[in-house]
Design a protein around this ligand. Structure first.
Ligand code: NAD
Length: 501
């Protein structure tokens, strides 16, 4: 069965929840499995928002087939025309921003002002990258040989598989899909199972913006089942994945066997360094937002605060007060500062780190427990949690918790702060608060991370600047900015001889 609507005809006639379909070769289709999974609201676990296709490798195969067939015509379309479709999609996202933000809050929990921001990133980047269709610059240089010139052009790679996480349900699918399409590739998109609705909205909008059939295909379902068939298919030229370092390593190993291009944006254990001259009120504001915003579930979330011992006590007192004031609740409510974790399973996973911190001898200052009283009883809530007296080698200082969980590590001086900041396997984002200009410049040099913030928290990408990490936070690629199109294309060098005949 195919359909012109993302929701199946039978279920539209029934009461909620709707059943959404895969998008393959320009048509909305059920999975070959005939099985669906529930997309539930983490603020109200009994609320099923919608049902989605639990797809199989056969669906992935059909999606790759459609993408392969659509490739010749799409890559032949002039890049400025491809850019015009992306711009139209960005404008449609903008027109529907408020309604899409509500759906995003319902499916993954973060408060409305954050889901509006997630969409804003997709919109801004769509507008930015659409213009790259008219630039797509190469080099034109003299040859070392008479009667010859040399130039480079960018070429699409072919069919690109895009695998995305749930924490930025629109921004990340958009910031991969837009440049992949702009570069002339066709795409199979597999979003995270916690947030298929936002990805479906993106596909609907790109379809409405005029994308030809088969250029973008959507297959929903579990990564463990679908991932390998997408990642190992010889027709797929590139995989772009944002997710955990563990899954990234697995995908990189599979891609490595065929030397397939793979772009990975992975985990983080991001730190804010606080020197003894820092404005502590500013630091507390930054940690409250970067540590507890999105319930600590950002790849760039502040999960360590490396604080000069002279100001550690004063800082912890202020941070504790701020954390205890955060209003935890349903992200749809205007007063909510921090929403639930993405699902009930994550509550147990975060709580395990509280137990680990206590066993390791760190001191729990506040939080450290699920919140399930009254209005919170239906949701996946966890209290904003702060540990202090944390040692740099403890697991709570080394491993990504991905929850509202901040480890405070007192240090003696700048040198120790940098050593601790750089002591994890990750290198995504790091910040320093100081009024000392010499330390600012030394930190810009000494911090081993892809993103460095001076007197600001560890979060906050700007769509026109490169984004990505060092060490095991990725594999060296950068997303966003002008590099985004380079990531999804390759360079062809051309030599033109014109000797007299
Ligand atoms: P995850 O690794 O569990 O899943 C990411 C995606 O990979 C999902 O779509 C999932 O279905 C898929 N997947 C799972 N197993 C797979 C397999 N075997 N083969 C192929 N695909 C598979 O991550 P998550 O829980 O969705 O997201 C949280 C993680 O993402 C955190 O570690 C976070 O730091 C990271 N993240 C990184 C960035 C960044 O830009 N560096 C941004 C956001 C999130």
């Amino acid at each position: 069965m195919t359909s012109s609507s993302p929701a199946s005809m039978e279920t539209q006639e029934q009461t909620q929840p709707r059943t959404y379909l895969n998008f393959i070769a320009g048509a909305w289709r059920p999975s070959a499995s005939g099985v669906t999974f529930d997309n539930t609201n983490p603020a109200h676990r009994s609320e099923i928002i919608a049902r989605f296709q639990k797809s199989t490798p056969a669906d992935v195969d059909a999606a790759i087939d459609a993408a392969e067939q659509a490739l010749p015509a799409w890559r032949a379309m002039p890049a400025p025309q491809r850019g015009a479709i992306i711009l139209k999609a960005a404008l449609l996202l903008e027109a529907r921003q408020a309604e899409l933000a509500r759906d995003m809050t319902r499916e993954m929990g973060k408060p409305l002002r954050e889901t509006m921001g997630d969409l804003q990133t997709a919109i801004d980047f769509g507008k930015f990258v659409a213009g790259e269709g008219s630039r797509a610059e190469g080099e034109t240089v003299p040859s070392g040989i008479p009667d010859k010139m040399c130039l480079t052009i960018r070429q699409p790679l072919g069919v690109v598989g895009i695998i995305t996480p749930w924490n930025f349900p629109m921004a990340i699918p958009a910031w991969k899909t837009f440049p992949a399409l702009l570069a002339g590739n066709t795409v199979v998109l597999k979003p995270a199972s916690d947030t298929p609705l936002s990805a479906t909205h993106l596909v609907e909008i790109l379809d409405e913006a005029g994308l030809p059939k088969g250029v973008l295909n959507l297959v929903t379902g579990p990564g463990g089942t679908l991932g390998d068939s997408l990642v190992t298919d010889p027709r797929v030229a590139m995989i772009s994945l944002t997710g955990s370092t563990e899954v990234g390593r697995h995908v990189a190993e599979l891609c490595g066997r065929d030397l397939r291009r793979v772009s990975l944006e992975l985990g983080g254990k991001n730190a804010i360094i606080v020197m003894d001259d820092a404005n502590l009120d500013e630091v507390v504001k930054a940690v409250s937002w970067a540590g507890f915003g999105t319930t600590g579930q950002r790849c760039t979330a502040t999960s360590r605060v490396i604080v000069h011992q002279k100001v550690a006590e004063a800082f912890i007192a202020k941070l504790t007060e701020a954390a205890q004031k955060l209003r935890v609740g349903d992200g749809l409510l205007a007063e909510t500062d921090m929403g639930p974790l993405v699902n009930q399973g994550r509550v147990g996973a975060v709580h395990e780190y509280t137990e680990i911190g206590q066993q390791e001898g760190a001191r729990l200052v506040t939080g450290g427990c699920p919140l399930d009283e009254g209005a919170l009883s239906e949701g996946a809530y966890y209290a904003p949690t702060i540990f202090t007296d944390v040692k740099a080698t403890m697991r709570i200082a080394q491993e990504e918790v991905f929850g509202p969980f901040v480890s405070v590590i007192p240090v003696a001086d700048y040198a120790e702060a940098i050593e601790v900041a750089n002591s994890t396997i990750y290198g995504l984002s790091c910040a320093i608060f100081t009024e000392d200009a010499r330390l600012v410049f030394r930190a810009m040099r000494d911090i081993n991370a892809g993103l460095v913030y001076i007197n600001a928290g560890t979060t906050g990408a700007e769509p026109h600047l490169p984004f990505g990490g060092t060490k095991q936070s990725g594999n060296g690629h950068r997303e966003l900015g002008r590099k985004a199109v380079e990531e999804f294309s390759e360079t062809k060098t051309i030599f033109v001889s014109y000797p007299a005949v």
